[in-house]
Design a protein around this ligand. Structure first.
Ligand code: ATP
Length: 202
């Protein structure tokens, strides 16, 4: 279970939130409202006040890499540091089996990253983050560049992750996607998270 206690950075927060294992919570909000700042705070990527806990273990009590192994941020545009796709995955990753699960050609494993399309890179970044030790996925617009078929595959994979006990904090501009995946939906406004009721706006 992920717990946020009075997380605060810039004008975002304090944010208090509990997300159970197997639960997806969505966060919507205007451009610039602070959605990415929030996800980065949870991943402990920037200085911030407050505390985040995973199963009661405070983030501040563990080395940053240990926290980020379990609580993984997938930004809207991921970083790539090597030439080919395969170099960004663990040596034992079964890429010929993994890539088609999100509708990607298995041959893409040997392709240079610079030749991949935006939507291909987006799905590759997600696959990169879906390691067994990742407990919480912090997803920043994971399907914004995808066609409906690819988006459906991604959502199916996220549902499998939830069924297996994973936790997802999902930033999206797509209200229908939020309704499909998230048990609870929030909007960030004036730096505060506000829960939306089933009938309410948005
Ligand atoms: N390191 C920083 N220092 C100062 N201000 C920042 C920093 N990072 C982000 N901001 C500001 O915080 C606000 C929230 O930014 P954020 O990227 O979280 O928006 P967002 O809700 O994710 O927007 P979008 O939907 O456009 O991606 C913006 O006004 C941004 O300029």
């Amino acid at each position: 279970m992920l717990e946020l206690r009075a997380l605060h950075r810039l004008h975002i927060g304090p944010v208090d939130l509990r997300v159970e294992a197997g639960e997806c919570v969505s966060v919507m909000g205007a451009s610039g409202a602070g959605k990415s700042v929030l996800l980065r705070m949870v991943a402990d990527l920037d200085p911030r006040a407050g505390e985040a806990l995973l199963d009661g273990q405070p983030c501040s009590a563990m080395p940053a890499p240990a926290w980020r192994r379990q609580v993984t941020y997938v930004p809207a545009e991921s970083g790539w540091w090597a030439e080919t796709v395969a170099e960004h995955f663990a040596p034992d990753a079964d890429l010929p089996a993994l890539l088609p699960t999100l509708g990607l050609d298995a041959a893409l494993a040997q392709a240079p990253v610079v030749r991949c399309s935006t939507g291909e890179r987006q799905r590759l970044a997600l696959l990169r983050a879906l390691r067994p030790h990742t407990r919480v996925l912090l997803l920043d617009e994971p399907t914004s560049g995808l066609d409906p078929a690819a988006r459906a595959r991604v959502e199916q994979m996220l549902r499998q992750r939830l069924d297996a006990g994973g936790t997802i904090l999902l930033v999206t501009h797509d209200i229908e996607q939020a309704r499909r995946l998230a048990r609870r939906r929030f909007v960030i406004e004036r730096g505060q998270l506000q829960e939306q009721t089933a009938e309410g706006h948005p």
